[in-house]
Design a protein around this ligand. Sequence first.
Ligand code: BES
Ligand code: MN
Ligand code: MN
Length: 456
Amino acid sequence: MSEVKSYIDNNQQRFLDELMDFLRIPSVSADGKFKNEVLRGAGFLEDALKKVGVDLVEICPTAGHPIVYAEKIVSADVPTILVYGHYDVQPADPYELWESPPFEPMIKNNRIYARGSCDDKGQLYMHIKALEILNQQGAPPCNLKFILEGEEEVGSANLEKYVRENAARLRSDVILISDTAIIANDTPSITVGLRGLSYVEVEVIGPNRDLHSGVYGGAVANPLNILCKMISSLIDDQGRITIPGFYLDVQDLTSDERAKMAETPFDLDNYKEEIGIAEVQGEEGFTTIERTGIRPSLDVNGIWGGYTGEGAKTVLPSKAHAKISMRLVPYQDDEAITKLFTEHFHSIAPKSVTVNVTPHHGGKPALTPTDSTAFRAASNAFEQAWDKTPIPTRDGGSIPIVALFTEVLAVNTVLMGFGLDSDAIHSPNESYGIFNYLKGIETIVLFHHHFAALSK
Ligand code: BES
Ligand code: MN
Ligand code: MN
């Protein structure tokens, strides 16, 4: 057994115990109630980083939750790896659907169940343990910097400022992120594309008060009926988004690129069964992998208005609301799309109502190169640890900071994530496989060595 593997083997229980301590901190960024817990999450990282021998660690305050910065500088002659991760988590609601409490991590069937176990505390912590191992082996082969944020799940509003103001400090040769998924444990992959995001909240306003649905029903526009009609008109029968200009910047893949994508192992029956649906749907002419990887989408994330309490109340509501997300692909621009949406949504509103559109956070799509030293190092690391060549994939989720790093730091990113789609991130009963956690640590250690070797 290799030295790295036996170290992980011998320290497996401690590696798990430490992660479970981290997962016990409910660092929910979206909810003000947890502000102090997010801060505790940053403090936990500070301690953990000190223990693995970084030269410097700082908790940097922002207008929101803090950023944790750390570095271990070995020499000016070796390359520098900048690790990004996020220690904030999604809210755990609805609590009643969790089989064990979200912030009391539980190990069952070789998986760690807890909010954040995969997204992203578990994946972030692998990098800290990788540094522990690298130190153990002697001097790490690369310099290492960490930028760990507490606001990813709420749109990274304060990270941009920090990155722009600290561009010199963040100077590096590659940005390494573990916050994505592999295809399967017997089919490793490296993410090379992420979708962007435009997120809006809409309000449709009708009469100046809630009305009796018998006295007025049929004669006065009902904002909820209108909102539903407006929303359903946003996607046509071919599954295409109807907002004029929406597809202008979408780049079509060549037939070669699509053929290559079609070779990606994918089991449709398994996919449907795992999420409990009888049939998939989407834009005509595209496969399921293409629909989430290379095509944009539009979804209602929440819709409300009128009476939703117990029993029946006969009311014609004065207002209706919805939250809508649009996932974007290269080279769509989130701000331009938000603007197109807003204009279109106003244009399709009947005179009987008024409409407000409020933008929330967004993010640009990202593509990472496959012909870089960093990608080759990641590929070699997977080959060595998993005995398989990793397949490049395009993921449907978003990490808006990737495009910003490329722009401000002009450095390549490698998305070396180790989760699975079935880990249920953002859902109740999120979990992370112990195999993925430990194998991920090993792969990261190997990445450092391969990156140093290939950079020579
Ligand atoms: N780690 C996810 C993104 C992700 C998940 C990428 C799976 C690839 C595969 C990240 O924490 C996330 O949830 N991002 C948000 C974006 C954001 C602006 C709130 C998302 O995708 O909804
Ligand atoms: Mn994440
Ligand atoms: Mn997330």
